[in-house]
Design a protein around this ligand. Structure first.
Ligand SMILES: [Ca+2]
Length: 277
């Protein structure tokens, strides 16, 4: 369940330090991680057709099926307002944010992928460990189909050296236990969720794979998309140019699978979320 819980408020000095480290992030992990080249340079876009999720609930990234076909759309957006998700502030960082898939249907899937190597530049001096940080915000129509036919999103961070999952989040539109907010009409969304995946020191020199998936409903009539931004090792700055406050809260568990995942990830993954204003 994605439900912010205030545990600690960062002193302004630390926030300022975090913002100052953003520029240094250019040399750290992930090319064009903030999409500030106003393009998908450095990234691999893909996709196909959504035949529905495989297996039974709880669904995970392993339930994702993509049939060959034209990939779903992708865009880079700036300072726009999203009429379907009024609580999402864009762009999330800098001047540009990526949007995978869109509001149209067609049972399309859009995927985004990048593999890069963790270096010592990704070590956060506050704890001496490498971090992978980013922000995502799904916006999904909820036509109330069967769960396996609903629009969905998926994000994951995987260590390719041992195939370990450092972070994974999956949800279909309207999934019980996920704190979706109501947008316009039948649309549901989550405000930007800030991910802070803490890696072991041994990850330095190893390859990390980022994957993001956004899928329309499997029946063809309803869309779904996800905004992503700020991929890198530096702290994702607060929305609105640094005037916001930051909360830390633990990894939310979506369901039984989420709880199992949480058990695996205890101590590895943290969450940072902008305080609702
Ligand atoms: Ca950006």
């Amino acid at each position: 369940m994605i439900r912010p819980r205030l545990t600690r408020r960062l002193p302004l000095g630390i926030l300022a330090l975090a913002l100052a480290t953003v520029s240094a992030d250019a040399l750290a992990i992930f090319q064009n991680g903030g999409f500030e080249q106003n393009s998908y340079a450095g990234w691999t876009l893909g996709g196909g057709t959504n035949p529905g999720l495989s297996g039974s609930q709880p669904f995970t990234g392993a339930s994702v099926q993509i049939l060959p076909g034209a990939a779903g759309p992708a865009a880079i957006v700036g300072a726009i307002s999203d009429p379907r998700a009024p609580g999402i502030v864009l762009p999330r960082t800098g001047q540009h944010t990526a949007r995978l898939n869109d509001e149209g249907g067609g049972a399309l899937v859009t995927t985004l992928r990048q593999v890069d190597t963790v270096t010592s530049a990704d070590i956060d001096p506050t704890d001496g460990l490498p971090h992978i940080r980013f922000a995502f915000a799904p916006v999904l129509d909820d036509p109330n189909h069967a769960p396996q036919e609903q629009p969905y999103f998926f994000v994951s961070v995987k260590n390719l050296a041992d195939n370990s999952v450092l972070f994974e989040q999956f949800a279909y539109s309207g999934q019980p236990g996920v704190n979706f907010q109501s947008g316009s009409g039948s649309w549901k969304y989550l405000p930007f969720q800030d991910v802070d995946a803490v890696l072991p020191l041994s990850a330095v020199g190893q390859q990390i794979e980022l994957t993001v998936v956004a899928a329309d409903c499997a029946l063809g009539g309803h869309g779904g998309y996800v905004y992503v931004d700020g991929f890198g090792s530096a702290q994702v700055p607060p929305p609105g140019g640094g005037g916001g406050q930051t909360e830390y809260h633990p990894v939310p568990a979506l369901d039984g699978h989420g709880l199992a995942l949480l058990a695996l990830l205890v101590g590895l993954v943290g969450w940072v979320a902008a305080r609702p204003r």
